[in-house]
Design a protein around this ligand. Structure first.
Ligand code: CA
Ligand code: CA
Length: 414
């Protein structure tokens, strides 16, 4: 499931201040003298290590699941997350590893790099693919439709250069491949966000092949994203566009297909109001794919499904934030995120999420009503919903409440 997290970084929940000497491993006897301790403490830190994480639970009721309703909804463990962040001189690094119980455990991102100057940085590893509205193209816990087709909050293995100055944000990336599969039961889908994945052959008891093996992988891509922020009395206006293009490597035949996607977006923030819109176009051309295969296999959360090879997504989001300023509740943001996926071949997929984010210093709660047609996570057919879909698919609904405790601390490095 699309796992929301906007909290790490901006809102440190608590701070742990320890002597940096302890962190870098200075022997204890070197600190025996009080004077030395004071001198060590007076040294400005040359870096910092951040440690943090989150623990989240979900309660949900599904319109298409009688068993779920008969239990009065389900209350389940969602995720345990561990985060690190390092800044030491020009050296920077960050990672996010997540444990999802029966859905496996995997690294969302993990990179090391250099802060080249105050405006630019270079990162190597599983880096965020620069694409579309960022950091997220949505407000809800579910994300927007782009996430479910590999085009929101995706991280792949490669090199990322970021530059920001004068209201410009420019990101350039070379992505060698997807971040790989981690720990789960599927062949290639134990990962946080959707990529093109391999699937194994499946046969019925009669021996008939019901699913042909597929080994189409993301390989060698370039990405460019440019964004300009204009500030005026009416608030901040963000305008941007970008694209990515690269290969799709068929590991069974050692031949390359190709893929590209592009987006244009706008976001207006005026006081408590935030309005944004985005259009995405994506095409994936597979080589040597079985004639019977509709769409392309994509996977995450240990379970693959098929996605149409060519589609356009249009989306619009609106949100309003109410300050509350109480000890247990600092603000409430209400929102609607609406997205429509039109496929060159297949029935449209539609998703509408109306909800509220309740924020406090440590606890963030999403209350979402998700409506969907041909949306696999909202009652649509799991395997085909985002591919050929069903033109007569009904609307389904999912009430989802996700409550999370977020925490982090900073250790100064001397
Ligand atoms: Ca990825
Ligand atoms: Ca990817």
């Amino acid at each position: 499931m699309s796992q929301q997290h906007r909290i790490w970084g901006a809102r440190a929940a608590w701070r742990v201040m320890l002597l940096g000497a302890l962190v870098v491993g200075v022997p204890a006897d070197a600190l025996a003298d009080d004077t030395e301790v004071e001198e060590a403490a007076a040294e400005p830190p040359v870096g910092q290590l951040r440690l943090g994480g989150a623990l989240r639970f979900s309660y949900y009721v599904k319109s298409w699941d009688e068993l779920n309703q008969s239990r009065g909804g389900d209350f389940r463990f969602d995720v345990l997350r561990l985060n690190t962040g390092l800044q030491y001189g020009k050296l920077i690094a960050a990672s996010d590893y997540r444990f999802y119980g029966i859905y496996g455990h995997y690294m969302k991102y993990g990179w090391m790099g250099a802060q080249l100057d105050e405006h630019s940085a270079l990162k190597l590893g599983a880096v965020k693919v620069p694409f579309g509205l960022m950091p997220y193209a949505s407000h809800s816990w579910f994300f927007n439709l782009g996430y479910y087709v590999g085009l929101e909050d995706d991280h792949d293995l490669g090199l990322l250069y970021t530059y920001d100055a004068g209201g410009w944000d420019i990101d350039v990336a070379y992505l060698h491949s997807d971040e790989g599969t981690f720990s789960g039961n599927s062949l290639d889908s134990a990962r946080y966000a959707y990529d093109l994945v391999r699937v194994e052959e499946v046969r019925a008891a009669s021996g008939r092949v019901t699913r042909a093996a597929s080994s189409q992988k993301e390989q060698h891509a370039g990405a460019l994203r440019v964004q300009k922020t204009l500030s005026s009395g009416a608030g901040d206006t963000v305008l941007g566009a970008g694209g990515q293009a690269g290969g799709i490597f068929n590991e069974l035949t050692l031949r390359y297909g190709s893929r590209w996607s592009a987006s244009a977006f706008v976001k207006q923030t005026s006081g408590p109001l935030e309005v944004s819109g985005q259009v995405i176009r994506a095409e994936r051309r597979l080589v040597d794919a079985p004639a019977s295969l509709e769409g392309a296999w994509m996977g995450a959360f240990d379970s693959p499904y098929r996605v149409a090879r060519a589609f356009t997504i249009a989306q619009g989001n609106v949100a309003w934030t109410f300050p509350v300023d109480r000890e247990l509740l600092s603000s409430v943001q209400v929102y609607n995120d609406l997205s429509l996926m039109l496929k060159d071949e297949g029935a449209p997929t539609i998703q509408s999420i109306t909800g509220a984010l309740l924020s406090s210093s440590h606890v963030y709660t999403y209350v979402d009503l998700a409506l969907g047609r041909n949306q696999p996570w909202v009652g649509g057919d799991w395997e085909s919903g985002l591919a050929e879909g069903d033109p007569d698919a009904p609307w389904e609904a999912r009430l989802n409440i996700n409550i999370g405790l977020y925490y982090d601390g900073i250790l100064p490095l001397l």
